[in-house]
Design a protein around this ligand. Structure first.
Ligand code: 5RP
Length: 224
């Protein structure tokens, strides 16, 4: 199986898991990226059984609507029952790096609200130490240089993501060459920098369940 087939397999496993939890009150949070896109395509097969979703990006909202799936404003949602999204890296504690697609802020908001956060990824995303994948940081445009200098002080190598604007009208700085030994601490330090909207570390609110697609089959890790 290639990486795309593994993404599809894990998306199907997540859709089956969500299907068991569907009732009239279920609101599904839907992530962004290629793995999340496969998940959306499987969700579409449940038709009217899906009452409502909230989307972590404009792109995801468009894809859901194209399948005639109801997308609601998070502020109008009484709850987010379950949130399903991909990741760029994950460790065994279910801490994640997200935001390769630049949707990290809305993803983090939905993760904060969700009762259950299920992360889906192909097995190559599981690592011992986070940080080989550059860590995205969403930044208010006028703070770009200031934030870059503060990142250097923390030991990172900031790279401006050229030509990219987030759904919130901001820019992304990707932090390269940082072994992230204390994900929760770094997440909090980065969020303290004035001008940072948020960063792509999900350690303060990790996933509750990590479903991995591997050549040997589906593997599920849960938070203890
Ligand atoms: C988008 C994300 C994605 O979940 C992450 O980039 C993984 O993407 P893919 O499923 O395409 O590998 O965080 O902001």
């Amino acid at each position: 199986m290639d990486q795309n087939e593994l993404k599809k397999a894990v998306a199907k496993a997540a859709a089956d898991y969500v299907n068991q939890r569907l009732d009239d009150h279920t609101v599904i949070g839907v992530g962004t990226g290629s793995t999340a896109n496969y998940f959306i395509d499987y969700l579409a097969e449940f038709g009217d059984d899906i009452r409502a979703t909230v989307a972590s990006s404009e792109e995801t909202a468009r894809r859901l609507k194209a399948h005639n799936i109801e997308v609601m404003d998070l502020n109008a949602a009484p709850e987010v029952t379950i949130y399903v999204d991909g990741a760029d890296e994950a460790n065994k504690y279910l801490h994640l790096i997200k935001g390769g697609g630049g949707a990290l802020t809305r993803e983090k908001i939905i993760a904060a609200v969700a009762k259950e956060f299920v992360c889906i990824a192909d097995g190559s995303k599981l690592v011992d130490v986070l940080g080989t994948f550059p860590l995205p940081v969403e930044v208010i445009p006028m703070a770009r240089s200031h934030v870059g200098r503060q990142i250097v002080k923390l030991g990172g190598d900031p790279v401006y993501r050229e030509g990219f604007v987030t759904d919130n009208g901001n820019i992304i700085i990707d932090i390269h060459h940082m072994d992230i030994m204390e994900p929760r601490k770094l997440e909090e330090q980065l969020n303290q920098i004035t001008g940072v909207v948020t960063n792509g570390l999900f350690a303060v609110r990790p996933a509750d369940k990590l479903i991995l697609g591997t050549k040997e089959g589906i593997r599920t890790l849960t938070a203890n």
